[in-house]
Write a protein that binds this ligand. Structure first.
Ligand code: FES
Length: 339
């Protein structure tokens, strides 16, 4: 079974329309909740006549927080965010998929420019806290909000700037004071830090503005985009019609959590399905090639991807592939989820 259970131990009202859920993994599932700074959880939510799934970034740090925490901001008409903010209380048990995502820096020692718009602060907060506590990186955060009352984690950020005055710089951009974010404002505030790797999360239009502005200044920009999942990734996929026959099965050598194992790969199956069928606890969320939760690195061998709307050319050049969309070209493939 791929779904995990997490109990809500506390609901924190961060602002008028943003709630944080503090989560405790169910006994026995604890080891499958390991995560990297900036990753997200996929949560199963009720939908008319069935179920749907939504992704929420973890704002907790695996280095400083005992429990996991996701922050959910209401979206007008949003199925998942409104259900969570209206219904979820302490003691409830949620079905989730294991943490996943590639919006995570490779090192906690490399200086970073973090840019967040509104609730886009969530994964950014996880990265920021992890770098300060577990690395030596200097961090500059540009944080855009409608007004002072909508600033999520205002107190925590104030405390962190006091504790790390030489390593953390927080620059606020408030629509109520400076007007809507513009390229000129982003250039002026973030420009001095554009030599650093940049991680950007927020509303689509804000991320486009910031990415284009920073890219023009030469920054390598990573963005985190969320969207509504079409299907229900908690459903187990149907078994393939054709089972592996002689000559049809290749193999996958997979590194995960420091362990290596080899499993069969029928050519009729996508990589993720073959891994899950063999009992590998591979991460995933959308199963549609759109979220990167299933991304792993191909160390040897070749695949084709049926769909990919999330990995860019640099990601592909770095060897990243989407397990949910990968079909074999070579008989043998070696992949890693570590690193
Ligand atoms: S699970 Fe979302 S891209 Fe593969």
């Amino acid at each position: 079974m791929t779904a995990l259970k997490a109990r809500v131990v506390e609901v924190v009202h961060e602002t008028a329309d943003a709630h944080s859920l503090v989560l405790e993994p169910a006994e026995g599932d604890r080891g499958r909740f390991t995560y990297r700074p900036g990753q997200f959880l996929t949560v199963r939510v009720p939908a008319e006549g069935g179920w749907a799934a939504r992704c929420y970034s973890l704002c907790s740090s695996p280095l400083t927080d005992d429990r996991l925490k996701v922050t959910v901001k209401r979206v007008a008409g949003g199925l998942g965010s409104n259900w969570i903010c209206d219904n979820v209380t302490a003691g409830d048990v949620l079905e989730v998929l294991r943490p996943a995502g590639t919006f995570t820096p490779p090192s906690l020692d490399e200086d970073l420019l973090l840019v967040a718009g509104g609730s886009g602060i969530t994964p950014v907060m996880s990265i920021l806290k992890s770098c300060l506590a577990g690395g030596s990186a200097k961090v500059a955060l540009l944080y855009a909000n409608r007004d002072e009352r909508s600033v999520i984690f205002a107190d925590e950020l104030r405390e962190l700037t006091e504790r790390y005055p030489d390593r953390l710089t927080v620059l606020h951009l408030l629509e109520s004071v400076q007007g809507l974010p513009t390229a000129a404002a982003v250039r002026s505030l973030a420009g001095p830090y554009s030599g650093r790797a940049a991680y950007v999360c927020g509303p689509e239009i804000f991320m486009d503005l910031v990415s284009e502005t920073l890219a023009a200044l030469g920054a390598r920009v990573h963005v985190e985009r969320f969207f509504s999942l079409e299907g229900d990734p908690f459903e187990e996929p149907d078994a393939p019609e054709e089972q592996a026959e002689d000559g049809d099965a290749g193999e996958i050598e997979v590194e995960m959590d420091g362990e290596t194992r080899t499993v069969p790969w029928p050519k009729s199956e996508r990589l993720l399905d073959a891994l899950l069928r063999a009992g590998v606890d591979a991460p995933f969320s959308c199963r549609e090639g759109s979220c990167s939760a299933c991304a792993c690195v191909a160390l040897e061998g070749e695949v084709t991807l049926d769909a990919n709307t999330v990995l860019d050319e640099q990601d592909l050049a770095d060897g990243l592939i989407l397990a949910c969309q990968a079909r074999p070209v070579t008989d043998r493939l070696k992949i890693t989820y570590d690193g």
